[in-house]
Design a protein around this ligand. Sequence first.
Ligand SMILES: [Zn+2]
Length: 164
Amino acid sequence: MGNFDDLLAANQTYAADFHLGGFDGIAKAGVAIVTCMDSRIDPLRIVGLSPGDAKILRNPGGRVTPQALEALVLAVHLLNVDRVVIIPHTRCAVASNSEEELRAKVSEAAGQDASWQPLHVITDQVAELHHDVQKVRSHPLIPDTIQVGGFIYDVDTGLLEQKF
Ligand SMILES: [Zn+2]
């Protein structure tokens, strides 16, 4: 206890001015965003959205993982989503290191062997993005009426570039 005091204090301030209560949890703007865990990305604000507008799925690299696909099936059928945007980004650790390099960095930081830990590094970010877009478009439970876009977010300019 005590290690989270700063966060809990901030939460008290947040809750004192809370105005999202009673909301039903659908994506009001009909958008789902799949993006990286990178702290340089503010997924809602980069596309002009606010809390309540979108479903946000994050993981290293912004990949369409099996869990992301599960979430998207729920999102399009139960949560009002009709557009899916997939947003990996420039200077992403999992796209700019080899699996061996990244494992070596983790091993060094951890002070123990991390060579057994899969990190799912990618070597061709745009090709993987295309693959991920196709995974969503071709999923049997995601209708063709759902718009799926693949973009690269530039962490140095704040700009999105549509690839697919
Ligand atoms: Zn990243």
